[in-house]
Write a protein that binds this ligand. Sequence first.
Ligand SMILES: C[S@@+](CC[C@H](N)C(=O)[O-])C[C@H]1O[C@@H](n2cnc3c(N)ncnc32)[C@H](O)[C@@H]1O
Length: 210
Amino acid sequence: MSLFKFTNNWFGAAAKGVWDQLIPQIKPEKILEIGSYEGASACYLIETLAKEQAIEIHCVDTWEGGIEHQAGGTAEADMSSVESRFYHNVRLATRHSSDRVELVVHKGYSDECLSRLIAEGKKGYFDFVYVDGSHQAPDVLCDAILGFKLLKIGGVIAFDDYIWSEDLPSGKDLLRCPKPAIDAFVNLNFRKLRILSAPLYQLYAQKLSD
Ligand SMILES: C[S@@+](CC[C@H](N)C(=O)[O-])C[C@H]1O[C@@H](n2cnc3c(N)ncnc32)[C@H](O)[C@@H]1O
């Protein structure tokens, strides 16, 4: 019986199938995750990688939720309970390999946390950047641009929810979904990256140059 406390299967439904193939191939040692929620994706990385190697994983989250998690949103959640479950889950994931896991939690807005990492000299530092924070297009564009600066050449940047949109009473809102931002980022950096083949729900790109 699993002792993890997860209240959804977002990670299992969207990412796990691709990560089962990709992560053992790229074996990232330094990981940046933007948007951790209850830690499902972080726990997968810890459990999969730290059996065999040391990893450093940075988790960035406000634990305030995106606008879809706030009162009246389409995925409303009590974010202080979500944050407690994150700590419970990552502790559980590291129980057999705590000496091989350096977990750095950055509680705050991703634009500020990523800018701080750049200011600390971590440009080109990470092997794998997972963008799964705010789903508002302007925020996603900022996470993409700063995350790409933090990614090393040869590293992989992954975007969750590429084709996700909210089912709002007023219909779809182009600014409340990641796709326009991811498309703009990919188009502007077309010469600096290579798109990796994967199911369309997520988008993966390898960095070729700065
Ligand atoms: C979809 S959830 C992440 C899911 C997680 N990766 C998983 O696999 O279970 C998005 C998270 O991003 C966080 N978030 C939203 N906007 C943010 C922002 N501007 N800066 C930092 N975190 C943000 C929310 O608090 C939420 O926990």
